[in-house]
Design a protein around this ligand. Structure first.
Ligand SMILES: [Fe+2]
Length: 262
């Protein structure tokens, strides 16, 4: 059994509030929780939106904040990130794909694959031909070892009216590859700032609340003109990867008001 910690959507900024929330206070609370209770995790995967605005200053400040973590960090890109700036500031595992934030990590009895779905300048995601080809090669290399894929943009419609349009735009191409590899057990995605789970053809797709702020639930209906973060706690995922099953615990990092707007 492998245990790893999963965070998503830090939207870190060196100085500013983001959606009236303090990203420094909220990440600090997550780091404190991990260091207090999860030092036995093999790594901490962050499914993108590492920073709110991609700049050297943002990534440098984030790197300093993450340096307090007692477990290794595996970063991914989200739509708020930059391939080049993230790579310039945050180390990636050996063998990462050139120019992108995409890599495979061999765990004990499991393979973790991190995909880079950033389509710079857009909120929606994309896996270009080069990244899809890399994925196919990585899945081939994994053989029959169980695989979990981490990515920012969700590759399925989740029934979230305002968030579904900004998912992985070429999800069909992604599934055309993944469907040929029964070794793939899980997809873990960020982006929607809400906890959901979907089962599709033998693969469980799970999304995670943000470390910073949550999107509202579907009821009452909302749109981007009425958007306001939900008054919900922030959570991390404690992912237990076993040979026959995966279990995710959603653990509260802090109550809504901790670092949030009054
Ligand atoms: Fe986000």
């Amino acid at each position: 059994m492998q245990k790893l910690i999963w965070l998503s959507d830090l939207h870190y900024d060196a100085q500013a509030l983001v959606q009236s929330h303090d990203p420094r206070v909220r990440l600090e609370a997550a780091v404190d929780l991990i260091n207090a209770h999860h030092t036995d995790a093999v790594c901490c995967v962050v499914t993108g939106d590492m920073v709110e605005t991609a700049s050297d200053a943002s990534y440098a400040a984030l790197k300093a904040a993450l340096s307090r973590l007692s477990v290794p960090v595996l970063p991914l890109t989200g739509n708020h990130d930059s391939h080049a700036l993230l790579r310039a500031h945050l180390p990636l595992p050996d063998g990462a794909m050139p120019d992108f934030v995409q890599y495979a990590v061999a765990l004990d009895g499991h393979v973790l694959i991190a995909l880079d779905t950033l389509d710079e300048g857009k909120d929606s995601g994309l896996l270009c031909e080069a990244r899809l080809s890399w994925l196919e090669t990585a899945l081939e290399a994994a053989g029959e070892t169980p695989v979990s894929i981490f990515m920012h943009h969700q590759p399925v419609k989740l029934g979230l009216a305002m968030l579904d349009p900004d998912n992985l735009t070429n999800a069909e191409a992604f599934w055309q590859i993944v469907d040929r590899y029964p070794s793939v057990r899980n997809v873990f995605a960020g982006h929607v700032h809400r906890p959901t789970t979907t089962h599709r053809k033998g693969v469980t797709i799970t999304t995670l609340p943000s470390v910073l702020y949550q999107a509202p639930p579907e009821h009452p209906p909302w749109d981007w003109t009425t958007f306001a973060p939900a008054r919900e706690a922030t959570r991390l995922g404690v992912v237990h990867l076993g040979p026959e099953q995966t279990t995710v615990h959603f653990e509260k990092i802090c109550a809504y008001d901790h670092g949030g707007a009054p």
